[in-house]
Design a protein around this ligand. Sequence first.
Ligand SMILES: [Zn+2]
Ligand SMILES: [Zn+2]
Length: 174
Amino acid sequence: MADEIIILPIGAVDSALIEYLSLTVGQAFGREVRPGRAAMAPDFAYDPVRRQVHSTLLIDRLESMPRAGDPKILGVTEADLFIPIFTFVFGEARLGGRAAVMSVARLRESHYGREEDRRVLYRRAEKEALHELGHTFGLVHCLDFACIMHFANSVEEVDIRGDGFCSRCERRLR
Ligand SMILES: [Zn+2]
Ligand SMILES: [Zn+2]
């Protein structure tokens, strides 16, 4: 299908979470979403010094995978992601491009020494998925704190950020 979004696990990822994202993120973009089959592990992009995975390399790999049509691909991984100028990233996307990646590692309460909360995790993951996919549809960061395209650098910022697009971003999406 030309106009679909594929949610692709990278390495071992909670399959219920992949299903959840497949059911929730399509509506905002008016596209069909389907879960993909895990086709790669993040290991090749692992940096042994930083002990993190370089997200740009994952995006390169996702974009080079042959696909029918012109789908958007969101890779989801448990690996902690980085790009060289930041200590970590929740995700990365190619602006107006085909692929984005996101990590659930720092969306987990357990990462902060708190008890795991599946509901909180799924809600954060949904927001992060919408944000990164928004970039692939050409949206840049938005100054509106309530907008899903507002930049978030901590899990607290993810939590206070709204879960929808502001009217300006919504218009750009159409
Ligand atoms: Zn962003
Ligand atoms: Zn906005």
